[in-house]
Design a protein around this ligand. Structure first.
Ligand SMILES: [Zn+2]
Length: 216
């Protein structure tokens, strides 16, 4: 029985460990919890050495699955902010700042209502993050934003020593991460930001494209 359960787990383990990036994101949390239960049962049929190997593999699989779920969950929050921005007549871009699993700040573009060309979602959450954390540096934070940041925001990200940047849709005209001006790739930059692009890319693109379509 143990052998059988282990066999049924294997494809999920391979997927979750990143052998197939596309499918990795399709492992739901409840699927994973069921697999965990199966594994606990299966482990009774294995000698202790095998059990400890299985356990350490499980921990790393769970970490990866959690990581993927967290990025998506946080991006969904940023998308909610983008939708609020759209309702307010702003360019619909949302951002969320996270530290150690806590939401430090969330906001959306407010340039029009504040008469402030610098009031991009990223700038607003970085400012609020500094206030909340009582620090002008924000290491170990992750900034989620629905659209690839512009050069001003990338400047603020490096000034603030943001640890990780996760964005949704690429921005061909002004994007300063991977599209138009890949500023973070400059070897002269003394702060390294870990970057993940394309999280919920379709949803993030749709809201911004819909906004500009509506204005034409
Ligand atoms: Zn910006």
């Amino acid at each position: 029985m143990g052998e059988l359960v282990l066999e049924s787990f294997r494809p999920y383990a391979i997927i979750a460990l990143g052998a197939d990036r596309e499918k990795k994101e399709s492992v739901s949390h409840s699927d994973f919890l069921h697999l965990l239960q199966d594994f606990i049962i299966a482990s009774r049929f294995y000698p202790s050495k095998a059990v400890s190997m299985v356990k350490s593999q499980l921990q790393s699989v769970e970490k990866i699955v959690q990581h993927v779920l967290n990025d998506e969950r946080c991006m969904e929050m940023a998308l909610e902010e983008a939708h609020i921005g759209a309702m307010e007549g702003e360019v619909p871009i949302g951002a969320v700042l996270i530290k150690g699993g806590d939401i430090i700040a969330r906001d959306h573009n407010r340039c029009i209502q504040l008469n402030d060309p610098t009031a991009h979602a990223e700038i607003l959450v970085i400012r609020e993050g500094g206030r909340v954390l009582g620090n002008y540096r924000l290491p170990e934070t992750t900034l989620y934003v629905t659209v690839e940041p512009c050069s001003m925001c990338v400047g603020a990200i490096t000034q603030g020593r943001i640890g990780r940047l996760v964005y949704g849709a690429p921005e061909d005209k002004m994007g300063a991460v991977s599209s138009k001006f890949p500023l973070l790739n400059d070897p002269g930059l003394n702060h390294r930001v870990e970057v993940n692009g394309g999280i919920l890319k379709r949803e993030c693109s749709e809201i911004i494209q819909g906004f500009f379509r509506g204005r034409r």
